[in-house]
Design a protein around this ligand. Structure first.
Ligand code: SAH
Length: 581
C-alpha cells in the first residue's frame, strides 16, 4: 500500500483562516510533521495523529522523515504556516522526492494544499496595500547569498513593485533590514507608506503604519512581515491603500456637457434623474448633489443589475466617477458597493466617502490623465496648420494624440487642471467632446459644404445629444446625400438625406468579423420630424439598455423601437470573435 504526503499551508495561524481541505487532510493523516511552534498552533485540530515536531533548522531532516514515512505506506501531513509553497516545505519535499527518482505515476501520492500566505494575511490587516504588481523577498541569507537578495531588492525598488519582506530580522540577523531600507530609499520617497505586521491573526498580533524613513524605529522580528508601498500607495484613515491602476483618466467636466442645466432637467434628456419612483425615497430636488443608485431595468431577470447615477450639476469629482458609468471599472463597483452600504444604513454622506480617492486629494499620488476628443467641428473636416500646432503644444512632451477612425483626435494629457487646455483649444475654434461611452454625431463633410441642406440637422443633433453618457459608445451617422460616402449606414444609427427627407438605418454592427449595415427601417422621413425622432430613439436606448449593451444588441433584444421592427441583417453566418482572438 502506497502512502500519501499532504503538504499543508495552514494560513497565518487562526482557525478561521485554515482552509477546509487543510483541516480534512490533517484529520486524514496518521502522522503530522512540522516545526514545533506550528504543531502547537494547530494542536487543537489534532486527534490521534502521531506528531513529529522538530526545530526550525531541521527542515531537510523533516522532509526526509516525511517521505520515508509515506513510502512505508503512511498518510503524512507536513505543515507550514501561511502557504507551504512560499518559503515553506513544499519545495523541499519535492527536492527530496526528485533526489530519489520519484515520479508521480509510480511513487507516493503528493497533495499540496494551499494556504493564506503572510503577504495576503498581513495585507488584509493593513487595508489593501498589495493590489497592484507586488513581490515577496525573504531577507534571510541563511540559504541565499546576501548579494542576490540585495540585487532583488534593488530591482524591485527600481521597478516600483509593492514589496513584502519576509524573515526581515532575527536576533542574529539585524543588518539586512537596514540595508534593504537604504536600497529602497534610492528609488522611493522617504514618506512611502510602510506597514509592519507582527503575528497576523495570532495572539500577539500587532499592526504598525509607518513610512520608509521611520520603519526602523519600530519593533521588527522573526514573526513580522514588512510591506512597502509603491509610488502610488497612500494612507487613508489608518489604512494603507495601493490604487488598482497607475493612471486615472477623466474627461470634460459636467458643466461642459452639451446640455445646459435647465435642459438637463427635462425628463427626455435625463430620463433616470427625474423619475417619480414612489419607492425611491425623497425627490431629486431634496437630494441634489448626492449620489443615487436606481434600478434601471424593468425585466425581472435583470432587476438586480443596477447602476450609479450622479447629479450632473455637481462638481468635477462627481463627473470623474460619472465617466465610467457603462464601462464599469473596478472603481465603479467599489464606489457602488460603498453607496449601497450607506443607503442600507441610511447615511447621508455618500459623496464625502468617495471623495478621498479622488484625484484632487493630495495624498493620492496616482497620475491623472485628462482625456478628450478634439475635431475641427461636426461638419468641418479640415484642420488648419495653426490648430495642429496648438494641438502639439498643449499635448507637450508627456501628452498623447491619438488619431481615431471617428473623425476625432483623442488627447490624453497628464494634468489636474484641464481648463487652461480646453480654453485654448476652444479659442482656436476646435470642438471638444467627452470620450468613452457617450453619444457621438459623425457627420460627413457635405461635399465640402456644397450639399449643405442637411447641415443644420447634424448641428442640432450634436447640440442636443453629442457627448451624452450612454450605456455603450453610440455613433450617430449623418450623411448629406444618397451616396452616403461617409458610411452613415454603418453606424449604430444612420440617417441619409435624400430628396429633401431622411432615410433611417438602425442597428448596424460596426465592429467585428460579422459587421453589417443597419436595418433600413424607413425612407423619406420629413426633415422636421427627424431630430425629435432620433432623440426619442436615443433616449429609449439610454433608458433601457443594459450597461455595455451596444445599440444593435439592444435593438435585437427589444425587437422594436419607435414602431420600427428589428430584422436580421447577417446574410452569411460567421462566428463572432472577441477582441484579441
Ligand atoms: N510559508 C509562510 C512563510 C514562512 S517564512 C507564508 O506563506 O506565510 C516566515 C516568515 O513569514 C516570517 O518571518 C514572517 O515574515 C512571515 N509570516 C508568517 N506568518 C506570519 C504572520 N502570522 N504574521 C506576520 N508574518 C508572518
Amino acid at each position: 500500500m502506497k502512502g500519501k504526503l499532504f503538504v499543508i499551508g495552514f494560513g497565518p495561524g487562526s482557525f478561521e483562516h485554515i482552509t477546509k481541505r487543510a483541516r480534512d487532510a490533517i484529520q486524514e493523516s496518521e502522522i503530522v510533521i512540522g516545526y514545533t511552534t506550528y504543531v502547537e498552533l494547530i494542536s487543537g485540530l489534532l486527534t490521534d495523529q502521531k506528531v513529529v515536531s522538530t526545530g526550525m533548522t531541521e527542515e531537510v531532516s523533516r522532509a526526509r522523515e516525511a517521505v520515508r514515512q509515506a513510502e512505508m505506506g503512511k498518510k503524512v501531513a507536513v505543515i507550514s504556516s501561511g502557504d507551504a509553497g512560499v518559503y515553506g516545505m513544499a519545495g523541499l519535499i519535492y527536492e527530496v522526492l526528485v533526489e530519489q527518482g520519484w515520479i508521480e505515476a509510480e511513487g507516493v501520492a503528493v497533495e499540496v494544499i494551499p494556504g493564506i500566505s503572510a503577504i495576503n494575511s498581513c495585507a488584509a490587516l493593513l487595508g489593501a496595500p498589495v493590489m497592484h504588481d507586488a513581490c515577496t523577498i525573504s531577507l534571510s541569507d541563511h540559504l541565499t547569498p546576501w548579494e542576490l537578495i540585495a540585487k532583488r531588492i534593488d530591482a524591485a525598488g527600481q521597478a516600483d513593485f509593492v514589496i513584502a519582506l519576509y524573515n526581515p530580522k532575527s536576533g542574529r540577523r539585524t543588518r539586512q533590514i537596514v540595508e534593504a531600507q537604504q536600497i529602497l530609499l534610492k528609488y522611493r520617497s522617504p514618506d512611502t507608506p510602510v506597514g509592519i505586521v507582527k503575528s497576523a491573526y495570532r495572539e500577539r498580533e500587532h499592526v504598525v503604519m509607518t513610512t520608509l524613513e521611520k520603519m526602523l524605529d519600530h519593533d521588527i522580528g522573526m514573526l513580522t512581515t514588512v510591506i512597502i508601498g509603491n509610488e502610488s500607495t497612500f494612507v487613508y484613515d489608518g489604512k494603507m491603500i495601493t490604487p488598482r491602476g497607475y493612471q486615472r483618466k477623466y474627461t470634460l467636466t459636467a458643466d461642459e456637457q452639451p446640455l445646459k442645466p435647465h435642459e438637463r432637467l427635462r425628463k427626455e434628456n435625463e430620463p433616470w434623474a427625474l423619475g417619480d419612483r414612489s419607492d425611491d425615497g425623497p425627490s431629486t430636488e431634496d437630494r441634489s448633489g448626492e449620489n443615487r443608485m436606481i434600478d434601471v431595468h424593468s425585466t425581472e431577470e435583470h432587476s438586480s443589475i443596477s447602476r450609479t447615477v450622479h447629479d450632473r450639476s455637481n462638481d468635477e469629482r462627481t463627473s470623474a466617477v460619472d465617466l465610467h458609468v457603462g464601462s464599469r471599472t473596478p472603481y465603479d463597483w467599489a464606489a457602488e458597493a460603498l453607496m449601497t452600504l450607506q443607503q442600507a444604513h441610511g447615511s447621508a454622506v455618500a459623496t464625502s466617502t468617495v471623495a478621498p480617492i479622488s484625484p484632487s486629494t493630495p495624498a493620492f499620488r496616482q497620475q491623472s490623465i485628462f482625456e478628450c476628443a478634439v475635431s475641427p467641428g461636426v461638419v468641418n473636416k479640415k484642420w488648419t496648420p495653426q490648430q495642429m500646432v496648438l494641438l502639439a503644444e498643449v499635448a507637450g512632451d508627456k501628452g498623447e494624440i491619438e488619431y481615431t477612425p471617428h473623425h476625432q483626435m483623442i488627447l490624453r494629457i497628464p494634468t489636474e487642471d484641464p481648463s487652461a487646455i480646453t480654453a485654448q483649444l476652444r479659442e482656436a475654434g476646435l470642438l471638444l467632446m467627452p470620450v468613452g461611452d457617450v453619444v457621438q454625431i459623425k457627420a460627413c463633410d457635405f461635399c465640402d459644404g456644397e450639399k449643405k441642406d442637411a447641415i443644420p440637422y447634424a448641428e442640432e443633433l450634436n447640440r442636443l445629444m453629442g457627448g451624452l453618457q450612454a450605456p455603450k459608445e453610440l455613433k450617430l451617422g449623418v450623411n448629406g446625400c444618397g451616396m452616403a460616402c461617409y458610411g452613415a449606414v454603418k453606424e449604430d444609427i444612420g440617417i441619409v438625406y435624400r430628396k429633401g427627407a431622411f432615410d433611417l438605418f438602425l442597428g448596424a454592427k460596426s465592429v467585428g468579423r460579422n459587421a453589417h449595415p443597419g436595418v433600413p427601417v424607413a425612407e423619406g422621413i420629413p426633415s422636421e420630424e427627424i431630430v425629435p425622432l432620433l432623440e426619442r430613439i436615443v433616449t429609449r436606448y439610454r433608458e433601457e439598455a443594459f450597461p455595455n449593451e451596444r445599440f444593435h444588441k439592444f435593438f435585437k433584444r427589444v425587437g422594436e423601437i419607435e414602431g420600427f421592427a428589428y430584422r436580421d441583417m447577417t446574410a452569411v453566418k460567421i462566428e463572432d470573435a472577441v477582441c484579441g482572438t
